[in-house]
Design a protein around this ligand. Structure first.
Ligand SMILES: [Fe+2]
Length: 157
């Protein structure tokens, strides 16, 4: 049973909001790249980016609903997401080449898995919230795998 106070739950919800924002920004970036990728890896990355944004669409929902479960409102506007996120969007009308796209998505997943791990540790240490921490760690593990796969795809050898 979850014995956290309402105050603690609200504090945890605040820690989850930047994660939701990062996931939403990355979702948008993966869609942008899915649409605009060109080059020899078109088929591989066009499909991979689609897989990733579909997964992120489920992940944003999980995070948002955890925030609601803990009694706070889930940020849901682009303005809030951009303010809260640690990730950078592509500049308007700028389309990196296929290698750069894969690199940037890998770096974003790397940033996000580090952020999630950090929040997970805080939830365990400061709040004893093993349930939310466990959810976060399983997400971070998936993201680390994406980093490995994307980096392997574009590795020179
Ligand atoms: Fe599509």
């Amino acid at each position: 049973m979850n014995t956290l106070s309402n105050g603690a739950k609200l504090k945890i919800a605040e820690l989850l909001k930047p994660i939701l924002a990062d996931q939403f920004v990355l979702y948008t970036k993966a869609r942008n790249y899915h649409w605009n990728i060109t080059g020899s890896m078109f088929f591989t990355l066009h499909i991979k980016f689609e897989e990733l944004y579909n997964e992120l669409a489920l992940d944003v929902d999980e995070t948002a609903e955890r925030i609601r479960t803990y009694g706070s409102n889930a940020p849901g506007t682009m303005t809030e997401f951009l303010k809260l996120s640690g990730l950078k969007e592509e500049a308007d009308g700028n389309y990196p080449d296929q290698f750069e796209m894969a690199t940037k998505i890998a770096e974003d997943y790397n940033f996000l898995s580090a952020r999630i791990n950090e929040v997970g540790l805080k939830l365990q240490k400061e709040f004893g919230d093993e349930i939310t921490a466990g959810k976060l760690y399983s997400i971070a593990e998936r993201y680390e795998k994406h980093v490995w796969m994307l980096k392997s795809l574009i590795a020179k050898n």
